[in-house]
Design a protein around this ligand. Structure first.
Ligand code: UDP
Ligand code: MG
Length: 332
């Protein structure tokens, strides 16, 4: 399937509504009703109709029940449920596949991304932007360690990656239909979405906003998960670590060669000596460490290759009850 080359900003004839809002939700039963009322209030000003697609990512609490109740009351809601917890990236991918709007907004359910910004995002899209990135001017309710590690991560990945990944831009963003179609075409399992959003290119506009603390519930991102996420992002978007491993190899080989020459000259001139145990043990340890590290790096990529080669779907849909658009969509 080819991506549509239609210009952004207009409702396409193929799209039954102007805007689809995708909300991945994992154990968010507490916050969803508040979230939804704020979202609907914000959507009131959006012309051309909208749908909200909630993707229940295998929640263990009553999220799905709450979503179905919301749907009973509001036909503009579509509820999709994945067959288990596949992770936010997969839930977003599912939403992107299901979305029917001419533009799509991805937003967190925890009210950290204020829904009140949606009209402004839509306006920027109507002015011709394909991707509207939302940059956090401030992060409230997050520890200095999280802020610092996030900053460091963006610096590092931008140093590695070929396409610049905008710093402090989360998943909260608007995508035009052709941007969504482009994303849907990417077959890889490694859904480092921040990188994929940047990779597709097109006209990107960035808006700044203040990120709030979670309204209720707690973050699903313990640090070790964030660390793994960082490694995934790096290895999914760059082969620079492999090159660094090669450089480290060349460099050590180079020094080893020089050292070998020095030793040779020394043996021929001054004669042999049995001293040098520290040198020996250090060389063995350093080289061993370097080798293991390089092997680990190769292993990361090999593992990735293995996962990709299985060609499994990104997620499995358990059920999907789409929004009934005839009711929610006012004609433009
Ligand atoms: N989420 C999800 N699946 C998961 C983890 C999170 O769909 O496995 C959703 C979650 O319900 C929320 C969004 O992704 O809507 C962001 O999650 P969270 O607030 O925990 O992340 P943080 O804001 O701390 O980065
Ligand atoms: Mg959050």
């Amino acid at each position: 399937m080819n991506p549509t080359i239609e210009a952004p900003g207009f409702a396409s004839p193929a799209s039954p509504c102007a805007l689809s809002v995708i909300v991945p939700a994992y154990n968010e039963e507490v916050v969803l009703p508040i979230f939804h009322s704020r979202l609907v209030a914000a959507l009131a000003g959006v012309e051309g109709g909208w749908e909200v697609i909630y993707v229940n990512d295998g929640s263990k609490d009553g999220t799905l029940r709450v979503l179905k109740e919301l749907q009973q009351a509001d036909p503009g809601i579509g509820v999709a449920a994945l067959s288990r917890n596949f992770g936010k990236e997969a839930a977003m991918s599912a939403g992107l596949k299901l979305a029917r709007g001419s533009a799509v907004i991805l937003i967190d359910a925890d009210l950290q991304d204020p829904p009140e910004l949606i009209p402004e995002m839509v306006q920027v899209w109507r002015q011709g932007a394909d991707v509207v990135n939302m940059r956090r001017r401030s992060r409230q309710g997050e520890t200095w360690f999280k802020k610092a590690s996030a900053h460091g991560f963006y610096r590092f990945i931008n140093w590695l990656s070929e396409v610049p990944i905008p710093e402090d831009v989360g998943d909260f963003r608007l995508l035009s239909r052709r941007a969504v179609d482009a994303l849907n075409q990417l077959p890889e399992r490694n859904r480092f979405m921040k990188g994929l959003f940047a990779w597709i290119g097109y006209k990107q506009v960035t808006i700044e906003y203040d990120r709030h603390a979670r309204a209720a519930g707690e973050t699903k991102w313990p640090y070790f998960k964030l660390f793994n996420f960082a490694i995934e992002g790096i290895t999914g978007f760059s082969v620079v670590p492999l090159r660094l491993a090669s450089y480290a190899g060349f460099l050590t080989a180079f020094f080893a060669f020089i050292y070998a020459l020095v030793l040779l000259v020394k043996i021929l001139t001054v004669g042999e000596s049995v001293k040098g145990f520290p040198t020996l043990i250090l060389t063995i340890l350093i080289l061993g460490g370097l080798q293991l590290m390089a092997m680990g790096i190769i292993g990361e990529y090999l593992g990735r290759l293995f996962m990709e080669s299985k060609r499994r779907p990104l997620y499995l849909l358990d059920e999907y009850q789409p929004a009934s658009l005839s009711l929610s969509a006012a004609s433009p």
